[in-house]
Ligand binder design. Structure first.
Ligand code: ARG
Length: 457
């Protein structure tokens, strides 16, 4: 096949090189962005009288038809037409001849591909933000139903202090809220229009860049033609935010995997969100959560791969940069695969409230509150800490919880203890006493949930 750039060549490209060089396999998914970009470019070329208005009109009309044909599955892309940009230009020229050949005036594939990928990512950021919001709504519902569901909070995966499931879930809400903001912030830098950068040194044609930007819904135009074609920081930033989202989903997944183990039994995944074993009849495995945790690795990999690709390439465009696409597409696809399953897995999961409460009671999670009780009655904190430490040792030796001590046992540990200690170290008091902003008390968490709802509105 005659290449669109074939003029100076006297020999055909080796078949292996065609296959190696070609990106149509993966960049064809940008067909719509490519066509919309070309429509805006052609419209501008006509308006600026750079090409005849009749040609511009014909290009715009035909590109619209090509878009419809692609969406109807009537178009076959060719490997040796290399990429989506040249495939579409080739189809256009086959349909309308010389007018089609005028489309690429004042443009390079270098600024064209930068445009397409920016438009593609911009649209995906919107979709991912919507999915993230759905997950956040689910977290709010889960929290709302569990403001009184006491569970142990952990540090070092050792039981620490009692909290509620709502408080735990709302921690993830806060993380995802920042991710949502990071996506919106990234979009500001993605949504800048690079056309007019040309191959690297802009162009002598009087292009109206602002007009193209406006037609395509961009917020501004790039300010340096070298930068416009040769940076991919916006790709990397997107991959970073997607990595961050996956990191958050992965931590929560890890907890759900632990919580659904027999040892914890805090939650039970719905049958529709679990899998069995081909050999062990008793098994019910949290594969969905495990896969989310596992897929986090590939998204990090996409980020690291592109950071490494970019680190040594001189300005301006280099073909290395074609490697940006598979990674960012993979990261986007992976996050879009994970968010809805995470959402539905959480929405259908059963909470074992009794086990959570038993877990909270079992691990001396009220020891801090026992010490604080003594402090409030006048003992210095370090001494109170010592007294309660000894109580824990005694309780361990006698296999009981602190609130199961008899009054005599309390008095032996410290004469300061009185009858009101039972209420002071009950799980409910421990939680509800922590009512300052950010604390786990039901009233406080209810306010956080209400603020979360307002935020999502
Ligand atoms: N397929 C190429 C890419 O994805 C388009 C730009 C090619 N430009 C060039 N001068 N070879 O980066």
């Amino acid at each position: 096949m005659q290449k669109l750039w074939g003029g100076r060549f006297s020999k055909a490209t080796d078949k292996k090189v065609d296959d190696f060089n070609s990106s149509i396999r993966f960049d064809q998914r940008m067909y719509k962005q490519d066509i919309l970009g070309s429509i805006a470019h052609a419209t501008m070329l006509g308006k600026q009288e750079i090409i005849p208005q009749a040609d511009a009109d014909l290009i715009v009309k035909t590109l619209g038809e090509i878009l419809e044909d692609i969406e109807a599955g009537k178009v076959e892309f060719l490997i040796d037409a290399e990429d989506i940009h040249m495939n579409i230009e080739k189809i256009l020229t086959e349909r309308i001849g010389d007018a089609g050949k005028r489309l690429h005036t004042g443009r390079s594939r270098n600024d064209q591909v930068a445009l397409d990928i920016r438009m593609y990512i911009r649209d995906e950021i919107d979709e991912i933000s919507d999915m993230l919001k759905k997950l956040m709504h689910t977290l709010l519902s889960l929290a709302e139903e569990n403001t009184d569901t006491i569970m142990p909070g952990y540090t070092h995966l050792q039981k620490a202090q009692p909290i509620t499931l709502a408080h735990h879930v709302m921690a993830y809400f806060e993380m995802l809220k920042r991710d949502l903001e990071r996506l919106a912030d990234t979009k500001k830098r993605v949504n800048i229009m690079p056309l007019g950068s040309g191959a690297l040194a802009a162009t002598t044609y009087p292009l109206d860049r602002e007009f193209v930007a406006q037609q395509l819904g961009f917020d501004a135009v790039t300010q340096n033609s070298l930068d416009g074609v040769s940076d991919r920081d916006f790709v990397l930033e997107t991959e970073f935010v997607l990595s961050m989202i996956m990191m958050h989903l992965s931590r929560f997944s890890e907890e759900l995997i632990l919580w659904s183990s027999h040892e914890f039994s805090f939650v039970e995944m719905d049958d529709a969100y679990s899998t069995g074993s081909s050999i062990m009849p008793q098994k019910k495995n949290p594969d969905v959560a495990e896969l989310i945790r596992g897929k986090t690795g590939r998204v990090y990999g996409d980020l690291m791969a592109m950071l490494t690709t970019m680190k040594g390439i001189p300005l301006a465009y280099n073909k290395d940069m074609q490697e940006d696409k598979e990674g960012v597409f993979d990261a986007i696809d992976t996050v879009k695969l994970c968010l809805p399953v995470m959402t539905d897995m959480l929405a259908t999961m059963k909470i074992r409230k009794e086990n959570m409460l038993r877990g909270a009671k079992g691990g001396f999670t009220n020891a801090t509150d026992a010490a604080d009780y003594l402090v409030k009655k006048g003992l210095p904190f370090r001494e109170a800490h010592e007294v309660v430490g000894k109580m824990v040792a005694y309780a361990l030796a006698n296999d009981k919880a602190l609130d199961e001590f008899t009054m005599d046992e309390f008095k032996t540990c410290s004469p300061i203890f009185e009858e009101d200690v039972y209420d002071a170290i009950s799980m409910k008091t421990c939680v509800d006493g922590r009512s300052i902003i950010g604390g786990p008390a039901a009233e406080t968490v209810k306010k956080a949930i209400a603020a979360g709802k307002d935020y999502l509105e």
